[in-house]
Design a protein. Structure first.
Length: 286
């Protein structure tokens, strides 16, 4: 009997070799910075050079169990800019939701589906030396991507998603903007359906307790209209911790959309949009 009790107690002890990982991994960061910004051809509006208070909320929830994975990220960026010519005005407003489900077909390859929603919450304006023009608003434009493809993960920090079959919806729900036929919609219409090939490269890495980086590159080719003119969306964020809560941040965003024709001498041409922000402020990770 003593031997049987001893064997039973032995069986219910936790195996020291049990390294089972949690299915969910969650976290994020919030930063509030005093930033110096520069913009070039920025369709959402803003000044070429500015001093701004800029905030960024970035959260993630990653699920992995057996052959199933589900990656979710949400970024919300909002800033207030101060200029000598135009006073205080909203600037650098953007939210971005990305959700991707994968089923492993090999150790580093998933069959995957992807959903992405990207837009802004507040009105945006483009500025020249003499004029200010209303150019964007909530879901004007808004971009919705639905995609089916393959997701390659050579290392845990990097994923490369490719799809030859992607539906993209461009929404311009603001009547004043849709009547102008902006962002690729026909004048008076509120949306445009595009079908094409899509690539999304995501990289997120904490190099050490001080230095971290998060980057994303999206490429889309519209089969229905000028497929050779590939749309580009790229974000980069580098954080250097100076103390427990203070950090130096540098973000660089690049956008090219052949249907965003707000630039050039007559404001009817596409252009590469560039935004750079360098700031110092509070950085909290959770």
């Amino acid at each position: 009997m003593k031997k049987l009790r001893s064997e039973t107690e032995k069986d219910i002890k936790k195996d020291p070799n049990d390294t089972t990982k949690k299915a969910w991994k969650t976290g994020g960061m919030y930063s509030l910075n005093l930033s110096q910004g520069s913009l070039s051809n920025w369709a959402a509006g803003g000044e070429k050079f500015s001093i701004a208070v800029n905030s960024l909320l970035s959260v993630y929830a990653f699920y992995k169990k057996d052959k199933h994975s589900w990656d979710n990220t949400f970024d919300f960026n909002l800033g207030y800019v101060k200029t000598t010519s135009l006073g205080s005005r909203k600037n650098d407003d953007r939210f971005d939701l990305l959700s991707k489900y994968g089923y492993a077909i090999s150790p580093k390859m998933n069959a995957a589906t992807l959903f992405n929603l990207r837009s802004q919450f507040f009105k945006g304006y483009t500025h020249t030396e003499t004029t200010t023009t209303y150019s964007s608003n909530f879901m004007a434009p808004g971009y919705i991507v639905l995609s089916l493809g393959l997701d390659y993960k050579p290392i845990k920090e990097l994923s490369i998603f490719f799809s030859p079959t992607t539906a993209r919806f461009v929404i311009v729900k603001d009547t004043a903007l849709s009547n102008k036929g902006l962002y690729g919609v026909k004048p008076g219409e509120k949306s445009n359906f595009e079908f094409g090939a899509f690539v999304s490269v995501n990289y997120m890495k904490e190099f050490n307790k001080t230095l971290s980086y998060k980057g994303r590159l999206d490429l889309f080719s519209n089969y229905k209209h000028n497929p050779q003119n590939v749309d580009l969306y790229m974000t980069n964020a580098l954080n250097v911790k100076l103390s427990k809560i203070l950090a130096l941040t540098w973000s660089v965003d690049l956008i090219y959309d052949d249907d965003v024709r707000l630039f050039g001498p007559t404001q009817t041409s596409p252009g590469l949009q560039l935004k750079s922000l360098v700031g110092v402020g509070v950085l909290v990770k959770f």
